[in-house]
Ligand binder design. Structure first.
Ligand code: PLP
Length: 383
């Protein structure tokens, strides 16, 4: 397994790698270096909303790379301007945009805008939440495994209990800049928030002069059946962090800013690669395909079907099946790692969400027949 050995030898050691090397993708499928094909429900950890190598994204990236590859944000650029206009008009009220390159950077930007705007230090996140691995985002992340080796983290972060409003009532005060939440906790085990909780937190932050940051890095771009998952719940976040699927596989992050967020001043934040024209072109193409092909609606329809299909599996190992749209978790009564390996042997890639939850994040273009194949593979590997 030469690629595995090379990456192990020269890598930093921070990834527990699988023993298959993925060398090609097309649509909902990926191929390993032995020519075996897999239905890809990992999707680059939820990035491949359009599937792999979508022709519209490939074409947009190719054309932009031939014209202008990099343009620093200190100079306006036609493609970036169109992308910002598009992102800034997706949701009424969220009209300003900061462009970055990843999810953790989008969260980092969201935290900085919240502190800058309110002049307050505190950020309240949720237990089981995951927001990224740079030091600010890591401070909002809950799991000790990610945090402990890097302590002390950024001061003034605290965590309430997800879906328990009273724990946030006890933490949000006049020093709080923002509450940051996922609408469906992804890495924490695919746990959807209730409308009552999200609306309650929104009322709370409004009352106490703080801001509401929604981290849509994993749930955004149609994944849960709406363009953004918060739209299921009738809330109006002040700041939204985006990444993963935003540019159809090309690295990009974005922060959407609402009217309660004070506009920035030159120099308070920035990014060399943020808003580079190639990412902007990929993002424009991705949004165009998502909307033209009604992919959020497709995710809602197929996701609802897939959830019911998985709930019908009779296995003493399944504790619960839950999710929203095509973000689906199967909680087992045991560790999932051996079942993920067994699924791989059956030609299906899935990922864990914590130790006991199997997670499926397929492209939104996946067919019902392919989802049926995934369900059958799961039936074969579970006792
Ligand atoms: N926020 C959420 C909700 C995520 O799921 C992730 C990654 O899985 C991140 C932030 C961090 O994104 P990235 O890995 O692009 O830095």
């Amino acid at each position: 397994m030469q690629w595995y050995q090379l990456e192990q030898r020269y890598g930093s050691g921070v990834y527990a790698q699988k023993d298959i090397a993925l060398v090609r993708g097309e649509g909902t499928r990926v191929w390993d270096d032995q020519g075996r094909v897999y239905i890809d429900c990992v999707g680059g950890h939820g990035v491949a909303v359009l599937g792999h190598n979508h022709p519209a994204v490939v074409e947009a990236v190719h054309r932009q790379m031939q014209r202008l590859t990099i343009c620093p944000p200190s100079y306006p650029n036609d493609t970036r301007a169109r992308c910002m206009e598009r992102l800034g008009t997706l949701v009424p009220g969220l009209n300003r945009v900061f462009l970055a390159n990843s999810g953790t950077e989008a969260v980092e930007g969201a935290i900085k805008f919240a502190r800058y705007s309110t002049g307050r230090p505190k950020i309240i996140a949720a237990k089981r939440g995951f927001h990224g691995r740079t030091l600010g985002a890591l401070s909002a992340t809950w799991n000790r495994k990610y945090r402990e080796p890097f302590e002390p983290l950024v001061p003034e972060f605290d965590h309430g209990t997800f879906n328990k409003l009273e724990t946030f009532e006890a933490l949000v005060d006049e020093d709080t800049a923002a509450v940051i939440l996922e609408v469906v906790q992804g890495e924490g085990g695919v746990h959807p928030a209730t409308t009552e909780f999200l609306q309650g937190v929104q009322n709370l932050v409004r009352e106490r002069g703080a801001l509401l940051i929604i981290d849509e890095v994993q749930t955004g771009m149609g994944r849960t059946g709406r363009l953004f998952a918060f739209q299921h719940h009738g809330i109006e976040p002040d700041i939204v962090a985006l990444a993963k699927g935003i540019a159809g596989g090309f690295p990009m992050g974005a922060v959407l800013l609402g009217p309660r967020v004070k506009p920035g001043k030159p120099g308070i934040h920035g990014s060399t690669f943020g808003g580079n024209p190639v990412a902007a072109a990929a993002c424009l193409a991705t949004l165009e395909v998502l909307q033209r092909e009604n992919l959020p609606e497709r995710a809602a329809r197929l996701g609802a079907w897939f959830l019911e299909r998985l709930r019908a599996i009779q296995s003493p190992l399944i504790r619960e099946v839950r999710g929203l749209g095509l973000m689906v978790g199967v909680e087992l009564r045991t560790k999932v790692a051996p079942y993920i390996q067994a699924l791989t042997r059956e030609g299906v890639l899935a990922l864990p969400a914590g130790l006991t939850v199997l997670r499926f994040l397929p492209p939104l273009t996946i067919s019902q027949e392919e989802l049926e194949q995934v369900a059958r593979a799961l039936e074969r590997v579970l006792p």
